[in-house]
Design a protein around this ligand. Structure first.
Ligand code: FES
Length: 118
């Protein structure tokens, strides 16, 4: 994360709100996305659609950056996007983030393309 917002980004929340709630949930293009701080303090934005069957991860249990899907228990690290349980599942995609004047901006689209399905 460096510099201010770029074209294609929207203002998502303030840093004050992020620090107050821990995980800011929103919907982009109809999909759930979450913003939180990593253990190093940097804001990160991740899709919150479970890679198993697409459940909204924002309804899952979260401890720090680790979130567990409420439907069947898949577990993810929101800081990295890695699926921790089971291992080897596709990661959660990241949205680019910028911070300017106390506001968090995120890209409407994920940084990487949708992985092939089927
Ligand atoms: S839909 Fe998330 S674990 Fe099945």
């Amino acid at each position: 994360m460096a510099g201010g917002p770029e074209p294609g980004m929207i203002r998502a929340c303030t840093l004050e709100r992020l620090d107050a709630v821990g995980l800011v949930r929103l919907r982009l293009m109809g999909r759930p996305v979450g913003i939180l701080r990593t253990s190093a303090g940097a804001p990160v934005a991740r899709e919150l659609s479970c890679k198993h069957q697409g459940a909204d991860l924002s309804t899952g249990d979260r401890v720090g950056c680790i979130i567990t899907c409420s439907r069947h228990g898949w577990r993810y690290d929101l800081a990295t996007g890695e699926c921790l349980l089971p291992t080897g599942a596709p990661p959660l995609r990241e949205h680019a983030v910028a911070v300017q004047d106390g506001a968090v901006w995120i890209s409407l689209l994920p940084c990487d393309a949708e992985e092939p399905t089927g």
